[in-house]
Design a protein. Sequence first.
Length: 439
Amino acid sequence: MTIMNPPGLMISAPSSGTGKTTVMLGLLRALAEDGLVVQPYKSGPDYIDPAFHLAAAKRPSFNLDTWAMDGGLLDAVTGQATGAEICIGEGSMGLYDGVATRGQSGFGSSGETAKRMGWPVILVVDVGGQAQSAAATALGFKNYDPDLPFAGVILNRVASPRHERLTRLGMEKAGIKVLGSLPRRGDLTLPERHLGLIQAVEHPDLEAAIAGYATFLRDNVDLAAIKAAALAGAAPAKAQLPLPPAQRIALARDAAFSFTYPHLLEGWRAAGAEILPFSPLADEAPALDADLVWLPGGYPELHGGTLAAAETFRSGLRKHAETKPVHGECGGYMALGEALIDKAGNRHQMAGLLGLVTSYEKRKFHLGYRRAILQAGMPGFEAGQALRGHEFHYSTILDEPDAPLAQVMDADGGPVPETGSIKGHVTGTFFHLITGEPA
């Protein structure tokens, strides 16, 4: 007997900023309150939203990324829905937005993810400044790919009952099902900073916010119709998540270092690795008996003074690096460097294991998928292997004197100057690892 995936839906939108995250979090919590075991997913390379999903659904969320992941890894991540009764995916940017050059399985769009999973799309449409015309947008998204199942729309930022009536008339004429209508409310916006949402751990009262979203969704959407619209996809092939780079992994974990893709940590644990969290901000040293220290990305630039004063952390890191590997990603890479200059121009001494000096005084935007061919080995991977990841930061390199770790390219194969570094047992990259390509 073939076991199907739980039924699922994709929450997407015509573009960023339409309110789909509010809808996603409210829907996750409302369905969980109804007694359903809900499996959240995020389409694309986002390491902030899954933590919000976990808070709302009380079940870990995982990324599905058709550019970075091959079919085997997509199947392995899909398999994390075992035991769930419904899957809800949140899209990135607009429904059909991806990159120009095909990756391991596709171009990275939310539409691709929805088709692969067999999930109908619910389009969250910001109807501010329009009424019947919103139906033309929805119809265009429905017809752009006729093979993509389309459940309907949720109208957002509706100004008045008259506005809702006119907008619904347009949708009815276009044959688009309206699954909900959300009144305009300015108090529902989640706090943001330059990378998008703040981290879930930084929200002043996340539980109350999510409970409010759930109530808002219950009052304004047809939950029964939404549940009925979910469809089950084919069962995934049995596949394995990424293997751990070491047996005992000391993982920096606090408000300065938290950006690690959930499927990596789940794969490490599933293979029997021990993850030993520690907090650099609390001046904790990595475990003495760890085989590897891993510093994820995050916001070290917001905590430069604290990290500079964390001598127990820095001395423990240096001691470990004398004989065993240390790896840092993005913010973790910066923390392994010589110094970090914050946006006010203050220079903070970092661990000094690499010569890297970075600055936020003059912000420079770095965003996009990355494919890296390793010129030297790093934890879990050998020289010559190709890695896939994602880069997203505003720092500028002032000095990067150590040997380059990799030849790095963007999604289209164009060269990227942020090569990462290697010095002794220490490695670092500006991209966040998603997966290694099969050797």
